[in-house]
Design a protein around this ligand. Structure first.
Ligand SMILES: NC(=O)c1ccc[n+]([C@@H]2O[C@H](COP(=O)([O-])OP(=O)(O)OC[C@H]3O[C@@H](n4cnc5c(N)ncnc54)[C@H](O)[C@@H]3O)[C@@H](O)[C@H]2O)c1
Length: 280
C-alpha cells in the first residue's frame, strides 16, 4: 500500500481528499498545523508547520508521494503569501527531495490565469496560455508551479500541478459552472499525479467536464484524465442561472472584472480602471 502525505490536510480540500484517497486504498500521512482527530484506518496525523523544513522532512520520510495543499487561501497581504506560498513551497519541495519523496502533486489554482477573459462559449484557455494572476494569492500559486517545473526538470522529481477551479458538491454560481471540480474527479487527478509512470512536470486544470466552458483541459486528458462528473447536464444550468442570473446587458456590473474574467471576485478586488484592457 502506498503512503501519501497531504499538507494542509485539515482544510476543506484535504478533508474531502482524504475520503477519496482512502477509497483508492492509499495510506495517508496527514500534515497540518492543526491536529486531525479522528483519524480513520490507514491514516496518521502529524502536527507540523510546512515552514519548519527539518520537521517537514522527518514527517515525509517513508512516504511515496506528497500532495501539497497548505497555503494562505485568502488574498491576504503579501507577507502571508511570501511566508506560506513562497517560503512554504520552497520548504516543501526541498523537504520532499531530502526525504526521497520524488512525487509531488501541487495544488495550484485557476486564479493563476484569473485575469484572462471569461467567454461563455469560448475560446477556451489551455495550460500553455500566458500566466495572468488575478491576486497576490495567485502569484503565490504561480510561484509554486515554477518551483515544481524547476525541481522536476533539474532534480528528476515528478510533479503534477493541478489548477483547481472550485471543489464542491455542485457548481455554486454561473462562473463555477465552468470551473467546478467534483470530489471524485479531484481524487482521480491526484491519483494520476501519484501513479502516472511518464509524468515529469505537467500543469492541468482541476475541473470536471465543464462541457466546453472556459478551459481546454487537453493536458489532463493526455495523462488519462476522464472526468466522471460535469456540467453537461442542463439541469445544472437551469438551477444555477435561477440562483445567479446574469447582469443586465450594458450595466456596469456586466463590464466589471468580476463578470468578465475567469477569476471573478479575486479579479475585482482592488481593480483599477476600465476592464477593456483585459479583453485585448
Ligand atoms: N477550495 C478550493 O476549491 C480550491 C480552489 C483552488 C485551489 N485550492 C487550493 O487547494 C489548497 C487547499 O485549499 P482549502 O480550500 O482546503 O484551504 P483551507 O484554508 O481550508 O486549508 C488550508 C490548510 O492548510 C493548513 N495550514 C496553514 N498554514 C500551514 C502551515 N504553515 N503548515 C501546515 N499547514 C498549514 C491550515 O491549517 C488548513 O488546514 C490550497 O492550496 C488552495 O489554494 C483550493
Amino acid at each position: 500500500m502506498k503512503t501519501i502525505a497531504i499538507t494542509g490536510a485539515a482544510g476543506l480540500v484535504g478533508t474531502g481528499l482524504r475520503r477519496e484517497l482512502l477509497q483508492r486504498a492509499y495510506a495517508l500521512q496527514l500534515l497540518d498545523v492543526k491536529s486531525i482527530d479522528p483519524c480513520y484506518a490507514n491514516e496518521r496525523s502529524v502536527v507540523v508547520d510546512i515552514t519548519d523544513q527539518a520537521a517537514l522532512t522527518a514527517a515525509l520520510r517513508g512516504c511515496d508521494a506528497v500532495v501539497h495543499l497548505a497555503a494562505c487561501t485568502t488574498d491576504a497581504p503579501w507577507p502571508q503569501h511570501v511566508k506560506l506560498s513562497i517560503e512554504g513551497s520552497i520548504s516543501l519541495f526541498d523537504a520532499a527531495r531530502e526525504a526521497g519523496v520524488l512525487r509531488v502533486v501541487y495544488a495550484s489554482s485557476h486564479h493563476v490565469v484569473g485575469l484572462h477573459p471569461r467567454a461563455p462559449n469560448g475560446p477556451r484557455l489551455g495550460t500553455a496560455a500566458q500566466v495572468r494572476p488575478d491576486s497576490r494569492y495567485a502569484v503565490g500559486k504561480a510561484f509554486g508551479e515554477s518551483i515544481g517545473a524547476m525541481y522536476a526538470g533539474k532534480y528528476g522529481m515528478q510533479v503534477l500541478a493541478i489548477r483547481i477551479g472550485n471543489v464542491n458538491t455542485r457548481p455554486i454560481d454561473r462562473r463555477r459552472l465552468g470551473n467546478w471540480l467534483s470530489w471524485r474527479d479531484l481524487g482521480q487527478l491526484v491519483a494520476l499525479g501519484v501513479e502516472h509512470p511518464d509524468l515529469v512536470f505537467s500543469v492541468v486544470y482541476g475541473v470536471s467536464d465543464s462541457s466546453g466552458r472556459h478551459y481546454d483541459n487537453a493536458a489532463a486528458h493526455a495523462l488519462g484524465y476522464r472526468p466522471q462528473d460535469g456540467t453537461a447536464a442542463a439541469a445544472f444550468d437551469a438551477q444555477v442561472l435561477q440562483e445567479d442570473p446574469p447582469p443586465a446587458a450594458g450595466s456596469a456590473a456586466s463590464r466589471s472584472a468580476a463578470e468578465l474574467t475567469l477569476g471573478g471576485q479575486f479579479s475585482q478586488n482592488e481593480f483599477v480602471g476600465d476592464t477593456a484592457r483585459l479583453l485585448v
